[in-house]
Design a protein around this ligand. Structure first.
Ligand code: HEM
Length: 405
């Protein structure tokens, strides 16, 4: 099949089929237009080297989204307040302060302590699916339930209060799509309002009855543990919302995408079954091949030239992680799914000072969920029809019907 012509590609108005399968377009962009001006003046970037450099440089490339999110969400609106206060869309000094507190709470030791609870959660879900006659849904019955429990545990959200977390998270992150319907926007605002009300109450209860400072991330965030200054109430609430969201849909997608990829590549699944120690490189390859987060953004702070294109200060850059992870300059046979790939310098967790805070936790969730499902149900089969997530930025399935064999 010949490569599509992409020199007129517009992320805000993509061609038919792009949401379902963007990878042929990414390949063509890497070949024909790796630095592409968009009709709205923003610039789409696909090369691994460009993304890697930009992620490391917080002087020329800002994460602050106040200018971009004002017109998108309305200044002062719930989504505006949430996204412009959260760690990922901030620059120093707010970024440095909040990040210190979060990383001090998510140390490798703290994450290792979560492993036994994670194994129990996964095994309960496998028991429940195994006890059910007929088909299961690997997203609904498995992948989406794991991060909700893990992130719920992280902030010690009481079990019977976790019900709404998933829908809030989907609505708030869904509002980051390049183009939004009125309904998506309204749902996003409503979710921030409800989530903020819930957390205001949870934080008041935790202040009255603090948790263990060693293990309870919410108590650490309230006290500003690990940094010189405490967070304001708004910073605290919005960053709790952010942590709950950041770790949810992304990890669900890692597990769901990973199980679908193994099903679609039976020879790779057989290799993993024969040598379960390959689970770590297999998870890295799943992250590269179908990154849960396909796009990041930065804004230029000064004039820059990238790939011969002069870019003015204040320009929004779309960083296509999904394309960079298939850049032939960095990866041999990039369109091949190879669970033993080495080296695998993918950018699924971005890089530089904003590199994902939860990457060790996400990798552990992926490793345990996928390896335990595979050990228990080696003959699982995705039967379809698959329900695509329908997003450009966050790539995953909304439904993955399967039999367990
Ligand atoms: C497979 C799962 C995950 C993927 C693919 C992923 C991906 C990413 C990416 C690409 C970024 C950088 C965004 C940017 O700067 O433009 C990021 C940031 C972040 N992630 Fe993750 N993430 C995952 C899981 C998690 C989990 C489980 C948590 C929390 C427990 C988490 C917490 C965060 C936080 C707090 C940031 C902001 C860091 C900063 O701005 O300094 N993520 N993630």
């Amino acid at each position: 099949m010949s490569a599509p012509q992409v020199t007129g590609f517009d992320l805000a108005n993509p061609p038919d089929g792009f949401v379902r399968d963007p990878f042929p377009v990414y390949d063509a962009l890497l070949e024909q237009a790796p630095v592409l001006r968009q009709p709205d003046g923003s610039v789409l970037l696909c090369r691994h080297a460009d993304l890697d450099r930009i992620y490391r440089d917080t002087t020329l490339y800002s994460s602050d989204k106040k200018a971009a999110f004002g017109p998108k969400f309305g200044v002062g609106s719930p989504l505006f307040e949430h996204h412009t206060t959260s760690l990922v869309f901030s620059d120093p000094p707010l970024h440095t302060r909040v990040r210190k507190i979060m990383t001090s709470a998510l140390t490798p030791r703290a994450i290792a302590r979560m492993e036994p609870g994670l194994i129990t959660t996964v095994d309960h879900l496998l028991d429940a699916m195994g006890a059910r006659p007929g088909a299961v849904d690997l997203i609904e019955d498995f992948a989406s339930s794991i991060p909700i429990q893990i992130i719920g545990n992280l902030l010690d959200v009481p079990m019977d209060e976790r019900g709404p977390l998933r829908d809030w998270s989907l609505a708030i992150l869904g509002a980051l799509e390049p183009v939004l319907s009125d309904d998506q926007l309204a749902r996003g605002h409503r979710a921030v309002d409800e989530f903020r009300d819930y957390l205001t109450d949870l934080i008041a209860r935790r202040r009255a009855d603090p948790g263990d400072i060693e293990t309870d991330v919410l108590t650490r965030l309230i006290r500003g543990e690990g940094a010189d200054a405490q967070l304001s109430e708004i910073e605290l609430i919005q960053n709790c919302i952010f942590i709950l969201n950041a770790g949810h849909e992304t990890t669900t997608n890692l597990i769901g995408n990973g199980l679908a990829l193994l099903h679609d590549h039976p020879e790779q699944k057989a290799r993993l079954l024969a040598d379960p120690a390959l689970i770590n490189p297999a998870v890295e390859e799943m992250l590269r091949f179908r990154s849960p987060n396909q796009f990041g953004n930065r804004e230029t702070t000064a004039p820059v030239t990238i790939g011969g294109l002069d870019i003015a200060p204040g320009t929004n850059l779309h960083l296509c992680i999904g394309a960079a992870n298939r850049d032939p300059q960095v990866f041999d046979n990039p369109s091949e799914f190879d669970i033993t790939r080495k080296p695998n310098r993918h950018l699924a967790f971005a890089g530089g000072p904003h590199v994902c805070v939860g990457l060790t936790l996400a990798r552990m969730e992926g490793r345990i969920a996928i390896s335990r499902l595979l050990a228990r149900f080696p003959d699982y089969r995705v039967t379809g029809p698959r329900v695509p997530g329908g997003r450009i930025r966050f790539r995953g399935y909304a439904g993955l019907p399967a039999t367990l064999g």
